[in-house]
Design a protein. Structure first.
Length: 442
């Protein structure tokens, strides 16, 4: 494959940023930068996909990374991963002998090391401006599983039909598996022996930024982890806590101690994000500071670390999400675009250790292995969402009664829109095209 057509190839395969919001990768890599950074930090506790893939599919990842590096004309590619990912570091170190323009950057075990802007700072010491993206500092950040997807279309002509997911928490056999898109969360959990308790909630994503989902909801390109937790677990309570309760707590209990701001990754790279000041807004309807206003909430990456640094268990991040929604609904955009001159000089000593975080989150019992496991099971039915990415939903190109094979195109990017293509994940007949999804039954 020539690197000239990499963007078209990636577009054809429906590849999106795996694990994040699902930004279409063909748009992201259509750039010229001097550095490509692989986000191998996987900082959310309990998730294992990236660290396992960087070992098990190291050759595939490196081939794709070299293709992206060459395509973007980057002088260098950096794989940012944590010191504790021993097997991946060992495997990659051996293979990098053949890739003189790719190097590892070893990160300490802190959260959120995988925050895109924190990762850019850690690996290059460049600071992305407020409200900016890595491209503003000549860098492109790409996910491990996204690179595996690029490899699979380059070498196997395989579009995105599956995703890797860690199944953990209160399940019989925690594991990391590759599953077809469109199966249900319940079916995925059955692969791990199913929940071990009857009263539970399922978090889709990591414990910090993941969302509680219905077991009948479907697996998408961005599903990275499913964590089964008891209904009375602190994380479930925290995610279910209403905004009004959260605001009342802020008024009653925020003592302006500043601990939330001290750990905030965006504050520490020099952005005007000081959660303790916005808590004043929640409590007294004023930030009591001429330099901070509601729009500063746009600078929050929603990592939720502020809550776990707070001795009162308050939720600045939830208030920020609310502010962003409210401001956006009034047509107000982020007005903050300052370029910080330097990061907090004590940034590395302020990093929040993941072991400490796991203890705060009461997740120690679940922090075991979730090995990469092959599954020997076929699925009879999938419901594939037409919107699994940022941008316009895909337009169906099949109708009820059509026969499809795994890998056939079923949803196309609307003309001129930002989006990603969608493919059949099992062979069968299309039985429904409705409510933003396509159902296939074998
Ligand atoms: S850490 Fe908690 S109590 Fe302290 S300022 Fe922040 S929100 Fe308020
Ligand atoms: S969620 Fe909290 S810690 Fe994270 S960026 Fe926002 S304010 Fe900072």
């Amino acid at each position: 494959m020539s690197t000239e057509n990499l963007v078209e190839l990636v577009k054809r395969a429906g590849i999106v940023g795996a694990g994040g919001a699902g930004f279409p990768t063909h748009v992201k890599i259509d750039a010229v930068v001097d550095t490509v950074i692989v986000n191998g930090a996987e900082c959310e506790p309990l998730l294992r996909v990236d660290q396992l893939l960087m070992d098990a599919r190291a050759d595939d990842m490196l081939k794709a990374l070299e293709a992206v590096r060459t395509h973007t004309q980057a002088k260098e590619a950096i794989i940012g991963l944590k010191k504790k990912y021993g097997p991946a570091i060992e495997t990659l170190t051996k293979k990098l002998v053949d890739y003189p323009n790719i190097r590892l950057h070893i990160l300490e075990n802190f959260y959120p090391a995988g925050d895109e802007q924190s990762l850019v700072y850690e690996t290059t010491k460049r600071i992305v401006p407020e409200g900016g993206i890595p491209l503003n500092v000549n860098a492109l950040v790409i996910n491990v599983e996204t690179l595996i997807g690029i490899h699979d279309i380059m070498e196997k002509n395989k579009p995105v039909t599956d995703t890797y997911v860690t199944l953990t928490g209160e399940v019989k056999h925690p594991m990391t598996v590759c599953v077809p898109l469109g199966i249900t969360v319940r079916e995925a959990l059955e692969l791990a022996g199913g929940p071990t308790i009857t009263q539970y909630a399922v978090v889709n994503g990591g414990p910090m930024m993941g969302k509680i989902v219905d077991p009948e909801s479907t697996i998408t390109k961005t599903t990275k982890g499913l964590i089964v937790l008891p209904l009375d677990h602190h994380i479930v309570e925290s995610k279910n806590r209403s905004l009004s309760k959260s605001l009342k707590d802020a008024a009653v209990a925020c003592m302006q101690c500043n601990l939330c701001t001290e750990v905030c990754p965006r504050y520490n790279i020099g952005h005007a994000m000081e959660p303790h000041k916005l808590m004043r807004l929640a409590a007294y309807a004023s930030t009591c500071d001429m330099t901070t206003q509601a729009t500063n909430a746009f600078l929050c990456c929603e990592c939720a670390l502020c809550q776990y640094a707070c001795v009162m268990d308050l939720q600045p991040w939830k208030f920020h999400i609310h502010l962003k929604r409210e401001l956006s609904s009034r047509g107000i955009k982020n007005p903050h675009h300052r370029q910080p001159e330097k990061a907090n000089e004590f940034i590395s000593s302020l990093h929040f250790n993941v072991k400490r975080l796991i203890s705060r989150l009461d997740l120690e019992d679940y922090d075991g292995a979730a090995p990469l496991t092959s599954i020997d099971r076929t699925f009879d039915k999938v419901k594939i969402l037409l919107s699994q990415h940022i941008g316009a939903p895909a337009q169906p190109v099949v109708t009820v009664g059509d026969s499809v094979n795994k890998g056939d195109l079923i949803g196309e990017i609307p003309e001129g829109a930002l989006g990603a293509r969608i493919f059949a994940s099992i062979p069968g007949k299309v039985t429904a095209v409705e409510n933003g999804s396509i159902t296939i039954q074998s």
